[in-house]
Write a protein that binds this ligand. Structure first.
Ligand SMILES: Cc1nc(NNC(=O)[C@H](CC2CCCC2)CN(O)CO)c(F)c(N2CCN3CCOC[C@@H]3C2)n1
Ligand code: NI
Length: 183
């Protein structure tokens, strides 16, 4: 099972590399990795398991965080309406996005960053994302709000971008015009 010791931390070169696309259909190895990544997220959201294995809670994880520079990412969370987002995705691509921006009012963190980094992380408010899922089916997702932010955080990892790269250095809490806070 994946635990925190498997997650590389900032300074590790895998986190700032652009990862490679994977072959479709997925190899058994890549599919198994996506399954393990989803299981990690479920474990991290389960109080008993997270306490037992000392897991930090996560709603998404990307393969570079495991030192693997492949375009593989996993997402597992329920939105405020209880809609479940649970995906193991290969070769995700943001094919279109809104002009408008959005940001998490509480800022962002990262399982690969062992420190608090203050500030708003401006992202696209709405995205259309294309990818291939674990069963080799094409996925076409239109996302807004909290889900849109989570998916963008993970896609960034596949391009070697960390959340703090988006924070305004001079004024971390500067709100870009036409940006909307997500509580
Ligand atoms: C927002 C949030 N970020 C948590 N952690 N950080 C992460 O997931 C990083 C990715 C997120 C950081 C900002 C956007 C994406 C991991 N990353 O670095 C991957 O690249 C959470 F854990 C969390 N939730 C809310 C839902 N809750 C359900 C019940 O279980 C606890 C869980 C806690 N919300
Ligand atoms: Ni992260």
């Amino acid at each position: 099972m994946i635990t925190m010791k498997d997650i590389v931390r900032e300074g590790h070169p895998a986190l700032t590399k652009v990862s490679q696309e994977v072959d479709i259909p997925l190899s058994h190895e890549d599919k198994a990795l996506l399954e393990e990544m989803i299981q990690f997220l479920k474990n991290s959201q389960n109080e008993e398991v997270a306490a037992k294995y000392n897991l930090r809670a996560g709603v998404g994880i990307a393969a570079p965080q495991l030192g693997i520079n492949k375009k593989l990412m996993a997402i597992h969370f329920e939105d405020e309406n209880g809609k479940l987002y649970s995906y193991g995705l290969a070769n995700p691509k943001i094919v279109s996005h809104s002009v408008g921006k959005a940001y998490l009012a509480g800022g962002e963190g990262c399982l690969s960053v062992d420190r608090q980094v203050e500030g708003y992380v401006p992202r696209h408010a709405r995205i259309t994302l294309k990818a291939t899922d674990m069963d080799n089916n094409p996925v076409n997702l239109r996302l807004k709000g909290y889900p849109s932010i989570v998916f963008q955080h993970e896609v960034d990892h596949l391009n070697g971008i960390m959340f703090y790269d988006h924070i305004n250095k001079d004024d971390p809490f500067e709100v870009p015009d036409n940006a909307r806070p997500i509580e």
